[in-house]
Design a protein around this ligand. Structure first.
Ligand SMILES: [Zn+2]
Length: 201
């Protein structure tokens, strides 16, 4: 099975809608006195989008004007897609998205999507934009304070070992065959990554 970037984006859009519904349902379930269903409703609803990994919910609250808790969850912005082809492992997409919060405008996750024979597109890994080097792989002026005796500006980031991303799968995705830019991120370091990717178009 071979998928297009549009199909990968449609799959992810469906997942993000399901994710927002799952957060709303979980929030309602947590705040109600009713006994929990087993397995948890959200887990069962999101599991069909994944392969070989479990879904995780991540949402927050803020206090509204009336003093009640307001759920903070939204479909994340989608910035960029990379399509890869590997000799033996086949096709893979990496989709760079923001946080599941209203008005998110910087990278948060890179979602790894693959066509799985007989199962359609699935999420196989989710990496996290390094919060220290902000995806640059190097300590820079926007990195949080670091031990100046041990590290200097421009050093390889000790948090992500220079990859710019955390929880990176061990297996490389293969050769980059296509890039699709959708929306520029606001963070200057993330924007540099995005513009570099745009040059590969
Ligand atoms: Zn880093």
């Amino acid at each position: 099975m071979i998928a297009t970037i549009d199909e990968a984006l449609a799959f992810l859009s469906g997942f993000h809608d399901a994710y927002v519904r799952a957060c709303i349902a979980d929030d309602a379930e947590v705040s109600s006195e009713a006994p929990r269903e087993s397995p948890r409703t959200w887990w069962a609803a999101l599991l069909p989008y994944f392969w070989d990994m479990n879904p995780v919910l991540n949402y927050g609250h803020r206090v509204g004007a009336d003093g009640r808790q307001v759920l903070l969850v939204a479909a994340p912005p989608v910035f960029l897609v990379h399509e890869y082809q590997h000799k033996t492992r086949g096709q893979a997409f990496q989709v760079f998205v923001g946080d599941h919060k209203p008005d998110a405008s910087t990278y948060k996750y890179c979602v790894h999507v693959k066509p799985i024979e007989g199962h359609g597109l699935r999420i196989v890994a989710q990496t996290l934009a390094c919060f220290v080097c902000r995806t640059t792989g190097q300590l820079n002026l926007r990195s949080p304070p670091f031990n100046a005796r041990r590290f200097q500006l421009g050093d390889r980031c000790p948090e992500c070992k220079g990859s710019g991303w955390l929880r990176q799968p061990r297996e490389a995705p293969g050769a980059l065959v296509e890039v699709r830019t959708l929306m520029a991120p606001a963070d200057p370091d993330h924007l540099a990554h995005y513009e570099q990717a745009a040059q590969n178009l």
